[in-house]
Structure formats: structure tokens, C-alpha cells
Design a protein around this ligand. Structure first.
Ligand SMILES: *[C@@H]1O[C@H](CO)[C@@H](O)[C@H](O)[C@H]1NC(C)=O
Ligand SMILES: *[C@@H]1O[C@H](CO)[C@@H](O)[C@H](O)[C@H]1NC(C)=O
Ligand SMILES: *[C@@H]1O[C@H](CO)[C@@H](O)[C@H](O)[C@H]1NC(C)=O
Ligand SMILES: *[C@@H]1O[C@H](CO)[C@@H](O)[C@H](O)[C@H]1NC(C)=O
Ligand SMILES: *[C@@H]1O[C@H](CO)[C@@H](O)[C@H](O)[C@H]1NC(C)=O
Ligand SMILES: *[C@@H]1O[C@H](CO)[C@@H](O)[C@H](O)[C@H]1NC(C)=O
Ligand SMILES: *[C@@H]1O[C@H](CO)[C@@H](O)[C@H](O)[C@H]1NC(C)=O
Ligand SMILES: *[C@@H]1O[C@H](CO)[C@@H](O)[C@H](O)[C@H]1NC(C)=O
Ligand SMILES: *[C@@H]1O[C@H](CO)[C@@H](O)[C@H](O)[C@H]1NC(C)=O
Ligand SMILES: *[C@@H]1O[C@H](CO)[C@@H](O)[C@H](O)[C@H]1NC(C)=O
Ligand SMILES: *[C@@H]1O[C@H](CO)[C@@H](O)[C@H](O)[C@H]1NC(C)=O
Ligand SMILES: *[C@@H]1O[C@H](CO)[C@@H](O)[C@H](O)[C@H]1NC(C)=O
Ligand SMILES: [Cu+2]
Length: 617
């Protein structure tokens, strides 16, 4: 992950800024220089000594290159779909992309997917206060298992002291191809993906079971995190796992201090272990030993709440690279505990927020009852509805612009109706959306229930758009009065998160029995079409996704209208570039004073605008 060097080099070669007003349509021809480029391919690729298989990669690797942005700036990231037979989108996990409504990377929600052999320029505005640890991943099918990479937003002013930061990127590896997994998950009866074959740490993994079962000609080496004695490191843990709820600890280093969760700084919180679900991120301060007894210590990571335990290792390496490659230990050095339900639910924000709504301000509580239907095709339902991107025939945002009656390309997706939703537990059954008006204060309670056959599962729930205040989790059902009293007793606000765990409090219960909740509170401030979904990729494919529409029609469509928006409205439309076609793209943010980054044009090149000519300078 050294690519950031090149990325910075690219930024410093830019000599020339073109003046672009917010909402202006610009042609991104050869003279336009994006701030970063990601190229997505599919290749026969081997990870952790398993046989090579069809794998979706970013810039030829998994994880893909690290992107490093700075808060308070706007960036253009060009994403190429170099695959021949698959669609692609890129989601900027944890960032709030309210400024550029088509850039959230959700297929059939905020945009048409990028067709094969096309590219799409994502406009990414990172407001002040968003510094922290994020990642990017495809939002199509099972691609995110491998088509993903770290995204760090640097601070202008870091509130904690440390010597260096290091990324610890966690992924899963399955022995089946994505296509086989996807097909099985929607088959009747269900054909499960299989368990995680290997948890990968920074792209490498080695598990004891793998080695004993293993191929003698292949020695799986472990990832090394190089450190020096007596220094403090900020370890940025990124839970990019498809399925694994990971529990991890370091041999010989049991003082970890959590300082950031999902892009928000927290009061320091000491712990000896970390639990991290798919979609979650934490920064942890670790101070190395002044006089280490040996040169390498294992980090041990295991899955929890699955029928079997997947176990992997990485190495905390003191000093120079070892003469021999780091290998699996013969026996696991640590005995990791069982999961802790409610882990880090008590984190306190570093600074209290003036925006945190009191319970008196809550205008609506929506309970999202999740249930697994097992008879027939196995699907996950929210308030009795499943959602996958095969449900809408047109992306919601596109449908909003087109209006059903105004086009022949948009059959059957009318405007989301708040009235229909209010009469149906918050979900409009026609569009399968959860509409809300700006200014509402929502309390979203995610309620776990026993499946048709009684089973219970855990789910890392992730919200796109604005972050929520995480009110915590518990057994049974949510009691708002008791929860308020509990927060009042703690004397601090709940943490801001974008992904939090819905736990299970038993492995099974009665069909439909409510057992286990997670509650969020948020102000509806960000206009847009946002997803809320379980981040387990298998569950997403099985329907565990919802779509939320914030703002009314005027607010949603008022920012940029016809004809500027037209290129976004067709699959492979004008904003999708290819070899022979320079896309015409709306600059939602523009680059007014104080926001000077945001793509650039090479010196001496004329900037061609669709309207208004080429303002350069
Ligand atoms: C990805 O690869 C392309 C060339 O294939 C390169 O131009 C680009 O800088 C790389 N991106 C990053 C973030 O390293
Ligand atoms: C992928 O590579 C493996 C060997 O590493 C080979 O056996 C297999 O045929 C390859 N698959 C394809 C589709 O090329
Ligand atoms: C790509 O997306 C378009 C539009 O949603 C769809 O019609 C097409 O079938 C998709 N192609 C593939 C290969 O999935
Ligand atoms: C794997 O490790 C064993 C024992 O350390 C060694 O003898 C063997 O040569 C290694 N094989 C490869 C392919 O590196
Ligand atoms: C947390 O850990 C740090 C570093 O080990 C230590 O200095 C601090 O006193 C601990 N705080 C608490 C509340 O235990
Ligand atoms: C974890 O929980 C199981 C079942 O409740 C129990 O048998 C086991 O001893 C526990 N392990 C640890 C390390 O606490
Ligand atoms: C899941 O959604 C599809 C439409 O996308 C629908 O046809 C199907 O009936 C739904 N399944 C259940 C169990 O509701
Ligand atoms: C969309 O179409 C409906 C039905 O014709 C109409 O009532 C509504 O005003 C239209 N909305 C917009 C924003 O054009
Ligand atoms: C309907 O579509 C046309 C272009 O096809 C556009 O000019 C017109 O403004 C659209 N009307 C509405 C109400 O969106
Ligand atoms: C579980 O409960 C639902 C709703 O009451 C019912 O439709 C379904 O048939 C039940 N499933 C089983 C396996 O009993
Ligand atoms: C909710 O909690 C409050 C305060 O602890 C308690 O008085 C009340 O009975 C609880 N409500 C329910 C429905 O359990
Ligand atoms: C959760 O509540 C149920 C029902 O009261 C109980 O059977 C179960 O043991 C509880 N789970 C835990 C972990 O406390
Ligand atoms: Cu789930």
C-alpha cells in the first residue's frame, strides 16, 4: 500500500485550476486530470495460497491502493470498469456524499452501474470534521469481497499524538467464485457460500487449519506491521470482511486505546481486544515495548458467531525485516474470549455535538423488523419486504428525475410516498422505500427476530449518507424511556457511527420472536437517496437492504435540473466515459474559493464546457 506516494505526486503536478461553478456541466476530455484513478479488472488470482480463481481487483490487487484525501476538499476519482462482462459501482463507505447525489455508488439507487469498458468520475466532497478511517468498495453483487481498498481522510489538526499510522485491512476469502456464491444465495433451496476460508490481513492470511490441510509447496506468509520500539502507532482497523465478525488481539501488547470509530474521534477507551464487524472501522493507539523480548509478536484474529471459527494471524515486527518470511505459529499463542455484546456501545464522542437531538425532539420512531423467511427461497425481510437491486428497473434518483409519466424508459416506479409509508410501518410498499422529510428527527430501531425456523443471526447495519447517533443495543425489545435514563446516567452523548452491530442473544428462538435490538437517532438533514443495509454481503444478496429517500421532490431535484442532468439518466448515458467518449459531467460542488481542489485541467489545454465556454484560471 505504497501507492499514496504516487497519488501525492499526481496532485503536485497539477499546475492549473479551471474555474467551475457549482452545478456546471463540464466535458472531461483528455485535458481533465482526476485526483485519483482506480482501474477495476477481473483476473484469475490466488490469495493466501488457495488455488487461483476469478476475482475482482482494483489496480490489479486486493486490497486495492490506499486513497488519501484531506478534510475540507473536493476530489474527482475516476473509476474504470475494465471488466468485460460485469457492471461496477464504487461506494465511498462512511463518507456523506450529500453534495453530489449521483456519487454514492449504489447501483439502481443513486446511479446506473458503470457498464463494461466504461468509466465514471465520482465527485467526492469531504467536509471539515470528516477526517478518519474509511474504505471504498464495489456495491455490485459479491464484488466487494475483493474489490475494495482503504480510504483515509487526513486531518488538518489531529487531536491525538502518535508517531505514525498503519492500516490493518481485514477481508474474507471464500473458495467459491463470486458468481457461484451469488447464484447459490438466490437459489431455492439456498446454497450457502460456505464459511470464510481465510481472514486476510492486508491481503495476506494464514490459518492453522489451512497449513495442516495445506499444500506443502506453498508457504503462506503473513502480513507484517513494522514497528520500532517505544513508539506510539495509530492502527487504523478497517472491517472490510464480507461475513466475518472479527475478534482480535496482539500477543504481548494488551493496552489498546480506541480513539476513533467510523470517522469520528472518541474519548480514549482502553481495551485489550478489538471486535470489528463488516463495515466498521476503529483507530487504536498502541505503544510498542521499549525493550521487546523478541522481534515479532502475533496478531491473532478469529471469527465469532459462525458455526466454525476462522483464525488468521499477522505479525507485529520490531526492527528490520526478518531473514525468513513470517509464518503461521504452530499453535495459537492467544485464547481469545467470546464476543462481548454491546462492545464499545459506551464510547463517548471526543467533543459533544450541538446537533445531538434529545428524545423530546424525535418526530418519528421507525422499527425495522428483520426476519429470515426460510420456506421457498431463503430471503431476509425488513418489515416484510426484501430489497435487492433487481427490484427497481431504474435507479431511484433517475426515476425521480424522469417521473414515471414522462418517459418510456422508466416503467413502474412512481414517486416514493410518505403517506403510503406512514400507513405501513415506515415503508412505502410500492417503491419499497422509507421516505422522510427534511427536519424530521428519526429514531430507527432495528429489531432482531427469530427466523421461520427460529434461528438468529448477527448483522452489522450500515447507513449511507449522514452518520447516526448510536443509542446502543440490548436483548428483547427497545425501551426508549429506559434507554434515555441509561444515557443520562452515563453523562455523555452516544457516539456517532455509520455501522453498528445487531447482536443475537441466543442462537435460536421462536418464529418471529423479538429478541435483540439496536437503536439509532438522526436528524434528516441530507437530501438524497440513501441505503441502510446489513453489511454481510451474503445477506445483502438475500434481500437485507433498504432504501431511504430524504427530502421531497423539489429538494431532491432542485439542485440540478434538466438539461444538465440528462447524461445521468440512461444506462451508459453521457456521463459514462469510454475510450471514444469524453463524459459530460455535472460539477455539483464547483471549485469556488476555499475549495480549490476538485479535478484540474492540464496547462495549455482548453476546457470545453457544454454551456458557457471555457473559463480557465
Ligand atoms: C491505479 O492504476 C492506474 C494505472 O493503471 C494509475 O494511473 C493510478 O494512479 C493508480 N491508482 C492509485 C490510487 O494508485
Ligand atoms: C486459474 O489458475 C489456475 C492455476 O493457478 C488454473 O488451474 C485455472 O485453470 C485458471 N483458471 C482460469 C479460468 O484461467
Ligand atoms: C448491467 O446493468 C444493466 C442496467 O441495470 C442491466 O440491464 C444489465 O443486465 C447489467 N449487466 C450485467 C452483466 O449484470
Ligand atoms: C516451505 O517451508 C518449508 C519449511 O520451512 C521449507 O522447507 C520449504 O522449502 C518451503 N517451501 C517453499 C515453496 O517456500
Ligand atoms: C489507558 O491506557 C493508557 C495507555 O496504556 C494509560 O496511560 C491510561 O492511564 C489508561 N486509562 C485508563 C482510564 O485506564
Ligand atoms: C464461549 O462460550 C461458550 C458457550 O457459551 C463456552 O462453552 C466457552 O467456554 C466460552 N469461551 C470463552 C473463552 O469464554
Ligand atoms: C423479494 O423481492 C422480489 C422482488 O425483487 C419479489 O419478487 C419476491 O417476492 C420477494 N420475496 C419475498 C419473500 O417477499
Ligand atoms: C410526476 O407525475 C405526476 C403524475 O403525472 C404528477 O402529478 C407530478 O406533478 C409529476 N412530478 C413532477 C416533479 O414532475
Ligand atoms: C421530461 O423529459 C424531457 C426530456 O426528455 C425534459 O425536457 C422535461 O423537462 C421532462 N419533464 C419533467 C417534468 O421532468
Ligand atoms: C413463521 O411465521 C410466519 C408469520 O406468522 C408464517 O407466515 C410462517 O409460515 C411461519 N413459518 C414457519 C416455518 O412456521
Ligand atoms: C420502560 O422502562 C421504564 C423505565 O425503566 C419502565 O418504567 C417501563 O415499564 C418500561 N416499559 C416497558 C414497556 O417495559
Ligand atoms: C435474552 O432474553 C431471552 C428472553 O428473555 C433469554 O432467554 C436469553 O437468555 C437472553 N439472552 C441473554 C444473552 O441474556
Ligand atoms: Cu446480516
Amino acid at each position: 500500500m505504497r501507492s499514496s506516494t504516487y497519488f501525492f505526486y499526481l496532485l503536485t503536478t497539477i499546475r492549473f485550476w479551471a474555474r467551475v461553478n457549482a452545478g456546471e456541466l463540464c466535458t472531461h476530455d483528455d485535458s481533465f486530470i482526476p485526483d485519483a484513478v482506480l482501474r477495476v479488472t477481473a483476473a484469475n488470482y490466488s490469495q493466501s495460497c488457495y488455488p487461483a480463481k476469478h476475482t475482482v481487483l482494483v489496480n490489479g490487487t486486493s486490497p486495492g491502493p490506499e486513497l488519501r484525501l484531506t478534510e475540507g476538499e473536493t476530489y474527482w476519482i475516476r473509476v474504470y470498469n475494465d471488466m468485460l462482462d460485469a457492471n461496477l459501482t464504487m461506494h465511498w463507505h462512511g463518507l456523506s456524499l450529500a453534495v453530489s447525489p449521483f456519487a454514492d455508488g449504489t447501483p439502481l439507487v443513486s446511479q446506473w452501474p458503470i457498464p463494461p469498458a466504461h468509466f465514471f468520475d465520482y465527485e467526492i466532497n469531504v467536509p471539515h470534521g470528516m477526517a478518519g478511517t474509511y474504505f471504498y468498495h464495489s456495491h455490485v453483487g459479491f464484488q466487494a469481497v475483493s474489490a475494495t481498498g482503504p480510504l483515509i481522510v487526513d486531518d488538518l489538526d489531529i487531536p491525538y499524538e502518535y508517531d505514525e499510522d498503519k492500516i490493518i485491512f481485514l477481508q474474507d476469502m471464500f473458495t467459491k467464485d463470486d458468481a457461484v456464491i451469488e447464484k447459490g444465495l438466490v437459489a431455492d433451496p439456498l446454497v450457502w457460500s460456505g464459511q470464510t476460508a481465510m481472514i486476510l490481513v492486508n491481503g495476506k492470511g494464514g490459518g492453522i487449519s489451512h497449513v495442516t490441510a495445506g499444500d506443502a509447496t506453498c508457504n503462506s506468509t503473513l502480513s507484517m506491521v513494522s514497528v520500532e520500539p517505544g513508539k506510539t502507532y495509530r492502527l487504523r482497523f478497517i472491517g472490510a470482511t464480507a461475513l466475518t465478525f472479527a475478534l482480535l488481539a496482539f500477543e504481548g501488547h494488551d493496552s489498546l486505546t480506541v480513539i476513533e470509530a467510523d470517522g469520528s474521534y472518541t474519548q480514549p477507551y482502553n481495551t485489550s481486544i478489538l471486535q470489528i464487524g463488516g463495515g466498521q472501522r476503529y483507530s487504536v493507539l498502541l505503544t510498542t515495548k521499549a525493550a521487546p523480548e523478541k522481534s515479532s509478536y502475533f496478531m491473532q484474529v478469529e471469527s465469532r458467531d459462525r458455526p466454525s471459527v476462522a483464525r488468521s494471524f499477522a505479525v507485529l515486527q520490531y526492527g528490520l525485516k526478518p531473514a525468513t518470511k513470517p509464518m503461521n505459529p504452530l499453535t495459537a499463542p492467544l485464547t481469545l474470549p467470546n464476543i462481548t455484546r454491546g462492545f464499545l456501545d459506551d464510547l463517548a464522542p471526543l467533543h459533544p455535538s450541538r446537533d445531538f437531538p434529545t428524545s423530546a425532539e424525535v418526530t418519528r420512531r421507525i422499527t425495522l423488523t428483520v426476519h429470515q423467511k426460510v420456506s421457498g427461497q431463503t430471503v431476509w425481510l425488513q418489515n416484510a419486504y426484501n430489497w435487492t437491486d433487481s427490484f427497481p428497473q431504474t435507479p431511484y434518483l433517475v426515476a425521480l428525475y424522469e417521473n414515471t409519466t414522462n418517459t418510456t424508459t422508466n416503467p413502474g416506479l412512481p414517486y416514493p410516498s410518505l403517506e403510503r409509508a406512514l400507513a405501513n410501518n415506515g415503508i412505502d410498499p410500492v417503491t419499497r422505500t422509507f421516505p422522510a422529510r427534511l427536519g424530521e428527527v428519526l429514531e430507527i430501531v432495528i429489531q432482531n427476530t427469530g427466523a421461520d425456523k427460529g434461528g438468529l443471526d448477527i448483522h452489522p447495519f450500515h447507513a449511507h449518507g449522514a452518520h447516526f447517533w448510536d443509542l446502543g443495543s440490548g436483548n428483547g425489545t427497545f425501551n426508549g424511556t429506559a434507554n434515555d435514563a441509561s444515557w443520562a446516567a452515563r453523562g455523555h452523548q452516544p457516539p456517532l457511527r455509520d455501522t453498528s452491530m445487531l447482536y443475537r442473544y441466543a442462537t435460536s428462538t421462536g418464529n418471529g420472536t423479538a429478541m435483540g435490538w439496536r437503536a439509532w437517532r438522526l436528524r434528516v438533514t441530507q437530501v438524497g437517496v440513501w441505503m441502510v443495509h446489513c453489511h454481510i454481503l451474503q445477506h445483502m444478496i438475500m434481500g437485507m437492504q433498504t432504501v431511504w429517500v430524504f427530502g421531497d421532490e423539489e429538494e431532491l431535484l432542485g439542485r440540478v435540473g434538466w438539461p444538465e442532468v440528462e447524461g445521468y439518466l440512461a444506462f451508459g448515458g453521457d456521463v459514462y466515459g469510454k475510450e471514444t467518449h469524453a463524459p459530460r459531467v455535472v460539477h455539483f460542488k464547483g471549485n469556488e474559493r476555499g475549495n480549490e481542489r476538485g479535478g484540474a485541467w492540464a496547462e495549455g489545454q482548453r476546457v470545453s464546457f457544454w454551456r458557457g465556454g471555457g473559463g480557465v484560471g
